[in-house]
Write a new protein. Structure first.
Length: 223
């Protein structure tokens, strides 16, 4: 049975949204997921009340991105924005995931920084039974999250190792590179933030549209 994320082809998540005009551009371009960073202290962090306001009235699936919050605090933040997905982007344990799943109806994605295919297999063994999706990105020392680091496993297609959960590909993707990444790894979702920005925290509508179009071309069935 395919993952729900894969039912309509490869979906796009635009993360780090901070402005209403960017949310509108993301929706017009045809992305499915809108990510807001609700934990404090990061370049693209946004207060939950403001996040809820910029997302109001959209059909986008809302993703609450949190970093090393308690399950209870993550749930509180998710409720404030009406999130359908909670993305855990720190060192959260499988026990944290289980607790969070019991606090609301949302799906849970776990971000994993991978430097090798072995890291992917380890993450799958650790989280595969408790998360709805693994978000795989590159590793950059001293940075929480991928920091735009590309996933350096180009010689190892990831579709097979990640088969038991949905697979979100992130890290260093751009409109110019995402097509090849989709063709190589066949993810369910691709996630981008800095790769479609004019400057940190401000999306470029032209690059957002180009990214979504590149994913659609690469993910289209062969004819």
């Amino acid at each position: 049975m395919p993952h729900p994320e894969a039912e309509a082809g490869v979906a796009v998540k635009i993360c780090g949204l901070r402005r209403r005009e960017d949310v509108r551009a993301v929706e017009r371009a045809g992305a499915r997921y809108a990510g807001v960073v609700l934990s404090r202290g990061f370049t693209r962090s946004i207060e939950p009340g403001r996040a809820a306001a910029i997302l109001d009235g959209t059909r986008l699936t809302r993703v609450a991105v949190v970093v090393d919050e308690t399950p209870e605090e993550a749930a509180r933040l998710a409720r404030l924005v009406g999130a359908q997905v909670v993305q855990l982007h720190g060192e959260e344990s499988p026990e944290d995931v289980r607790a969070l799943r019991g606090l609301g109806p949302w799906k849970v994605w776990k971000a994993v920084r991978a430097a090798s295919p072995a890291n992917v297999e380890e993450a799958l063994a650790r989280y595969g039974g408790v998360v709805d999706a693994l978000l795989l990105e590159g590793r950059r020392e001293g940075v929480v999250g991928g920091g735009g680091a590309r996933l350096e496993v180009e010689d190892h297609p990831l579709r097979e190792p990640a088969r038991s959960v949905a697979f979100v590909l992130a890290g260093g993707l751009t409109p110019e590179s995402v097509g090849a990444a989709v063709e190589r790894h066949r993810p369910d979702v691709v996630d981008v933030s800095s790769g479609v920005e004019a400057r940190p925290g401000e999306k470029d509508a032209t690059r957002v549209r180009a990214f979504v179009e590149a994913v659609a071309r690469a993910g289209a069935p062969a004819t």
